[in-house]
Structure formats: C-alpha cells, structure tokens
Design a protein around this ligand. Structure first.
Ligand code: FMN
Length: 360
C-alpha cells in the first residue's frame, strides 16, 4: 500500500489537516481543584500527541460555564486566565504541525462529579460541588438530581457557548467541536428519555434539537466563515424510545444547515443499565449510517486500535476521519506507528525521532 488514505490531508473550510487521524476528546481531570485552568500536564499530554503525528487533536470536554464542568478538576474557557493557559497548549501543538479543536461542553446533570480515581457520584456542595442543571429534574444514576433549566437560562447558555467559541479563537484553537454526546447537557435535551419538557425545547424532534441548533448557529456566527465546526453525537441510547441513528441523521442535517462541517459519531452515555455491544470498531456502523445520509465528512470512533483496521474503515468508503482515544493513551505516537506499519512516507516525522522510521 503506497498512499494510505489515513495519511491523506483533509480540508475543512480553510483549515488544512495533515492526515485523517484525530485524537478523541479525553478528560484528564488534571486542573487544580476548581480553577479550570489547563497546566503543564495538558501541554505535555496534548503536546505528545502532536509530536506523535496526529492531524487534529481535540481537547477534553471544556466547560463553557463553571457549572458546565464534569468535575471540579475539569478545564473551562469561561475566563481569560483559561484562555492564556490554552494558548500555551496550542502553541506547542502547532509547532509540531498538528491542528487543535476545543470540545465545548456542558455536563448538565452529569456535572459536579468526582474524578474517576477519587470517588464516584456527585461531589457534595460543601466539598466544592454544585447544583447541576438539566432539561428536567431526573437524576443520572448515582448522582444528585438536577434543577430544570428555565427558557431564559437556556438562551443564556446558547450565548455562553458563543462566548466560549470567541475565547477559543483567542486561545488559538483551529476548530471547535460541540459536545452533544455521552449523556451531557445537549444530549439530555436531544433524547426523549431525559427531555419531557412541554415548552419549545421539548416534545417534537425539532424542539428537542432546538438547544443544539441554536448553539450551532450562534457558534457558527462567532467563528465566521473559515473556522470549522464539528458536532459529536451519541447515535444511540441503546434503548427503545431513546435517541437513535435516524434522529441523529435528521439533526445532523439541520446542524449542517446551521453551519456544522463534520460529525463525530459515538454512542451511549445517557443512561445506565443498557447493553452496549462493544468490540473492535463497534460504533463504525453508526458512523457509516450517518455518513451515507449527510454530505459532510463523518468521523468514526471506538475501539479502533490498529493501523490496518483504521485504513480499512476509511477505504470502505463512507467515513472520512478516524478518531483514536484509548489507543493513544497507550501510545501517543500512534500515528507515527501507523505510518510505519502502512509504509506511508511522512514529511512531518519529527527530525528528532527520525531513527524511529527504521527500517523504512
Ligand atoms: C479517559 C477518557 C476520557 C474521555 N473524555 C471524553 C470527553 O471529554 N469528551 C468526549 O466526547 N469523550 C470522551 N471520552 C470518550 C472518547 O473520546 C472516545 O469516544 C472513547 O474512548 C472511545 O474511543 P476509543 O475506543 O478509541 O477509546 C473519554 C474517554 C476516555 C478513555
């Protein structure tokens, strides 16, 4: 194989991305408690993946407001100290030829949680947690119940996403991803399982999608014409009567009309107690289903761990981008390794590491 598709460049609006390997958003829970400011951990963590040859590196879920954090250790972009810190991350990643996207997020009822290694469920308010918000008042399994958002607050949150996008540009990000997946706030609005509102943000698909579509439109208008905007969906709740791939397609089309450029297709996360058919590439069929229906490029994610596996997914036609998550936690140089295995000649192999190309 002489020119693997994995290493073909991709253009999104005016952004040239050196290959089709995106690093998936992955929480690090590594800010100082409460400050939401990324630090040297994030520079090295995301920087290693830039050295490692990824085309695009997507930040972990980054909150648009303090209450939007998943945990008190998660980063935000609601103030300028946070912008300055993100700028350091971006400067190093860019120096290595990678592009960066920020995943703008609001955790909703899954916020105020412990980090994986220091507890489970909600952090109590007296220990620095907060009252969470959602489309309704039903708690996520094992968490404190949220407060139902008022319409005026929903509109403020739309503006918070737009303001966060403005600060993201100042921080040097090349693109934005809206996190509408994994049971976080936007997904809580999308799914009939968590949205029983009877106002203009609940009920019909149009109404459940309104929050997301208003965010996409507001962020697009902030980004202007040149900066790409991606949306991450969970294409299935794996439960009858929940969110599914057909609704994902329809809402992705509306998002495209509102200015979205790429769809990153994941699944699950809204509720517990459902069977998720995991295994190698288990979400690829969902990504392919969406890709067949929308004009914009689609990314596949989920247990894609090997170079040949990733290349086969791209060669099979529908999907344009591969997102690598946990495999890149084992190996930040996953793309360099994949280039080696697929015999792809890279102009951007770091000169310091050129001997690692051997025996190419
Ligand atoms: C430690 C960790 C943190 C994660 N944090 C996020 C996140 O902030 N936002 C998100 O959309 N997905 C998050 N995910 C999900 C990943 O982006 C990815 O979709 C998932 O791990 C499946 O891909 P993989 O099999 O390649 O790891 C996280 C996954 C891991 C392992």
């Amino acid at each position: 194989m002489t020119s693997p598709k994995l290493f073909e460049p991709l253009k999104l609006r005016s952004l040239e991305i050196r290959n089709r390997i995106f690093i998936a958003a992955m929480c690090q829970y590594s800010c100082e408690f409460q400050d939401g400011i990324v630090n040297q951990w994030h520079v090295v963590h995301l920087g290693s993946r830039a050295v490692g040859g990824a085309g695009m590196i997507i930040s972990e879920a980054t909150a648009v407001t303090p209450e939007g954090r998943i945990s008190p250790w998660c980063p935000g972009i609601w103030n300028f100290d946070q912008v300055a810190a993100w700028a350091e991350v971006n400067a190093f990643a860019h120096s290595q030829g990678a592009k960066t996207a920020i995943q703008l997020a609001h955790a909703g009822r899954k916020g105020s949680s412990y980090r994986e290694w220091s507890g489970s469920g909600s952090v109590p308010r007296e220990l620095g947690g907060w009252k969470t918000v959602s489309a309704g008042e039903e708690a996520f399994d094992g968490y404190e119940p949220p407060r139902r958002l008022r319409v005026s607050e929903i509109k403020e949150l739309v503006q918070d996403f737009a303001d966060a996008a403005k600060r993201s540009i100042l921080a040097g990000f090349d693109a934005v991803e809206i996190h509408a997946a994994h049971g976080y706030l936007i997904h809580q609005f999308l799914s009939p399982l968590t949205n029983q509102r009877d106002d203009e943000y609940g009920g019909s698909l149009e109404n459940r999608a309104r929050f997301l579509l208003e965010i996409v439109a507001a962020v697009r208008s902030t980004l202007g014409h040149n900066i790409p905007l991606m949306v991450r969906f969970s294409a299935s709740d794996y439960k009858e009567g929940g969110w599914d791939k057909e609704q994902t397609v329809q809402v992705a089309k509306w998002c495209a009309d509102a200015g979205a450029d790429l769809f990153d297709i994941s699944s699950g996360g809204l509720i517990t107690g459902v069977q998720i058919p995991t295994g190698p590439g288990y979400q690829v069929p969902l990504a392919e289903f969406v890709a067949e229906e929308v004009e914009q490029p689609v990314g596949a994610v989920g247990q894609i761990t090997h170079a040949h596996q990733a290349e086969e997914i791209l060669q099979s036609g529908a999907v344009e981008v591969i997102l690598i998550g946990r495999a890149s936690l084992r190996d930040p140089y996953w793309p360099l390794r994949a280039a080696h295995e697929l015999n792809a000649e890279l102009s951007y192999w770091p000169p310091q590491y050129r001997r690692g190309k051997w025996p190419n």
